[in-house]
Design a protein around this ligand. Sequence first.
Ligand SMILES: *[C@@H]1O[C@H](CO)[C@@H](O)[C@H](O)[C@H]1NC(C)=O
Ligand SMILES: *[C@@H]1O[C@H](CO)[C@@H](O)[C@H](O)[C@H]1NC(C)=O
Length: 736
Amino acid sequence: MLLVTWISLTTWLCCAKGEMNMLGGQLGLEVPRTKLPGTAWFIQISDTHLSKFDHLLDRQKLYGDKVGDLRLFARTVLASSQPGALLITGDLVDGKTLLGRGQQIEKEWQTYRTALDMIIKESGIPEAAILDLRGNHDAFNMAERGGEDDYFSRYAAEGRRSGGGACIVSRPLFAGPYSSEYNLQAQDKCPVAVLVGLDATPEPGLRGPTNFAGTLHGEAVERLNQTLIAARSQECSPALVVYGHYPLPVIAEPDTNPWRKGGAGGAKTCSLMEVLTQHGVTAYVSGHLHAVFGQRVHRLHSAPDGGHLAELENAAWKDDRRFRVLTFDKGSFSFADFFFHTPSQPLSSSGPPSEHMHLEEGQNISITGVGKEVVVRKHMVVITSPPDARYSPSGSLNRRRQMFQEVRALVIPVIPDRTGTKFPVLPQVLLTWTCAKSGKTGQSMMAQVQQGQNLWRAPWGNYDDTCEETDGLVYIQVHALERVYGREPPPPASSELRPAALTRGDNGKPWFTTPRRPLPLHLTLMERLALGFDWQQAALKIFYSLWAFHLVGMLLLPRLGLGRGTVFPFSVLADMAAVLPVWLPQVLYGMYMVVGPWLAARYLTGEVPGLFWAGAVLFRHRGAWRWRGDPDTLRVGIVHYATCVLPLTLWMATVVSSWRRLEKPPRWPVTLIQALCLAPFLAFHVLVVYRVCFVSYDWPALLFSPGLAWTMPLAALLLGAHWHSMARQPIKHKDT
Ligand SMILES: *[C@@H]1O[C@H](CO)[C@@H](O)[C@H](O)[C@H]1NC(C)=O
Ligand SMILES: *[C@@H]1O[C@H](CO)[C@@H](O)[C@H](O)[C@H]1NC(C)=O
C-alpha cells in the first residue's frame, strides 16, 4: 500500500515537473531554441509476397495466412499506434507462376488492393499514409512503368497517387498520428522528417534470375539529389529518411560504378551513397534479403563529414512477420524491431513461440521483440529518446553533439481501446537504468506527456542516484506495468536495453548526448557480411576468378608442364593436358564462356528470345534490341563454374589419366567409382539447368544453351570421341 502511494506521488510529481518545464523552464533546464516539431512515428513492413497460390496447403504451412495476419496486424498494432506513415518496402506480390517463372498476375494485385482496403478500414489509417513501392518481384516480366502489365500503378497506394511512373517520391512526416488535417499542416508546420521513396527496380523488368539487383541510372540519382535539396531547403530542416526495396550494395549504378563504365549516358555522376551522405540522410531502410543473412542486417556508413547513415534492412512479412516502429523525437532517431505472431504463423518464423496471448475475436496474437530483452504484453514499449549510442550520431542534423534532458518512450497498447472510455486505465511506466562503469542502478516513474497520447517522459540528470560522468554510458530500459486492482500485477512489458552516451550537463550532472563515435553493433558474421561488401563487384570478381582458375590453373599451366608429377590433382590434370585433342576443345570452351552467349532466353512475354552472356543480356523490347549489363548473370555463372565446370574438368582429367595409365584397353570408359563421384554434381547441375533454363525462361533456353545445358553433353561427346584411341596409347609406352 505504501509502495503504491509512493509510486503515485512520484508519478504526480514527475507530471507536474514535466508540465512546468514544458511551460517555461522554471526548473532552469535549457529550453531548446529551435522550433520543435514534436514527435513522429511510423511503421515499416516489407516483402509481403502475396501470391495467387497462397491457399495451397504446402504454401500455407510454409508461410501461414499472410493477408489474414495483415488484417490482425491492422486491427491491433496499426489501429492502436496510429503511425504517421506505413511503409511497405517492396515485393508486395510474389509475381511468379506455380513453377516459379516471373510473371505479373493481376489477381495477386487485386488481393493486394483488398489487403490495403482492409488495412485502411481496420486501422483507420488513411490511404494517403500508406507508402508502398515496387520490389523486384513487382517488376518481373514488366515491360515498362505505367504500361499494360504494370499493376502497381493501378492497385498500389503510391501507384495510384503518382501514376506509377515516378522513381522517387517525397512525403512529409508530421508529428503525431496521421490526421485529416495532415496536408493543411504542411502549410504552416514543419515536418519532423521527410520520407523519400526510391524505386530502383530496373526498367524493363526482366524475369529472374536476371532481375535480382536494383538499377539506378545517373538521372535518378540526380533527381534524388534535387529531392533531398528541396526537402532541406524549407525553413525548418527536417530529418531525412530514404526508403527502398534493395539494400544499398544490391543497387547497381551503371553510370557511376566501376560496373560497366561509360554505359548509356556515361557522364560521371555522383553515386547514390555520395548523395545520401552529402545531405545527411539519417537512415536508409529497405527489405529484399528477408532474414537470409540474419534478423539484424544493419550497418552504419560513415559520411565524409563525420556523420553517419544508418542502413537498416527489414526482414520479411512473408517468412517472419517482421515489423519495425521508427520514431523521430526532438532530434533523436530510434527504431525497434518486432515479430508479429498469430495462430497461422509461418513455420520458418524464427521468433519464439507465442507466450503472451491477446484475445481478438477468438484469434490469439502475440508480439515479441528481435532484441532478447524486449517483452511485449498488453503494451509494446519503444524508447524514442535519447538515441541509441549504437545507431547515432546519424544524419547531419546531429553533427554537433546534442544533449537530451529526458527519457521519452512510446507505450503503445497492442489492442486498441474500442470501448471509448474517457479515462482508460493507464499503465504505470517505469524507467530503470544501469550505469556502465560504476554499475549503479536506479529507477524513476515516467509521466504521460499529454493526456490521450502514448508518449511518456521522465526528466534525467538531477537524481541523486544518477550515473557519474565517468561512466560514459548508461543502459536504460522502460517498463510498462499493467494496473490490476486486487491482485498481483502481471510482469511488465519492457523495451530494449538501450545504451545511451553521457556527457556533462549544465548542472554538473551527466546528461544524455550523442556519442562521438557509434558503439559497435555486435552483429553476427552473416549479418555484417550482407551489407559489408559490394555485391556487384563481388559477383564480377568471383566469376572472373573462377573462370581464370579453370582456364589457367586447370588447363594452361598443366599443359606447360607445371605441377607434373605424381601428386593428385596435378598429375591427372597434366595427363589430360598432354592430349591435345582433349585439351584444346576445353580451352576453346573456356574462352567461349567470356565471349559467347550462354543461352537464349525469353526475358519478356511476347518478345523473341534474347541472349544471356556472362555479365550482360541482349533482349528485345518494343521492337528494338537492347543491351543491359547485368550482374545477376554472373551469379548464375558463379554457380555454374563452382558446381559444374570446375568439378567436371577435374573428373575428366581423372578419367583420361586412368585410360592412359592402363596396360590394356578398358572394357568400359568409366569405372563405377568414377561414375559415382560424378553423380552428385550431375544431379545438382540438372537442377540448375531445370531452374534457369526451363523454369525461369522458356524452351529456347534448353535448346540453345552452350554455356549451361550443353556443358555436360559436350564433355561426354569429347570423352566418347577419344576413349578408343587413347586407350591404345597408354602413357607408360611414351615414358619408356
Ligand atoms: C546535388 O546537386 C547540387 C546542386 O545541383 C550539386 O552542387 C551537388 O554536387 C549535387 N550532389 C551530388 C552528390 O550529386
Ligand atoms: C487463445 O489463448 C487462450 C489462453 O490465453 C487459449 O485458452 C485459447 O485456446 C487460445 N485460442 C486459440 C484459437 O489459439
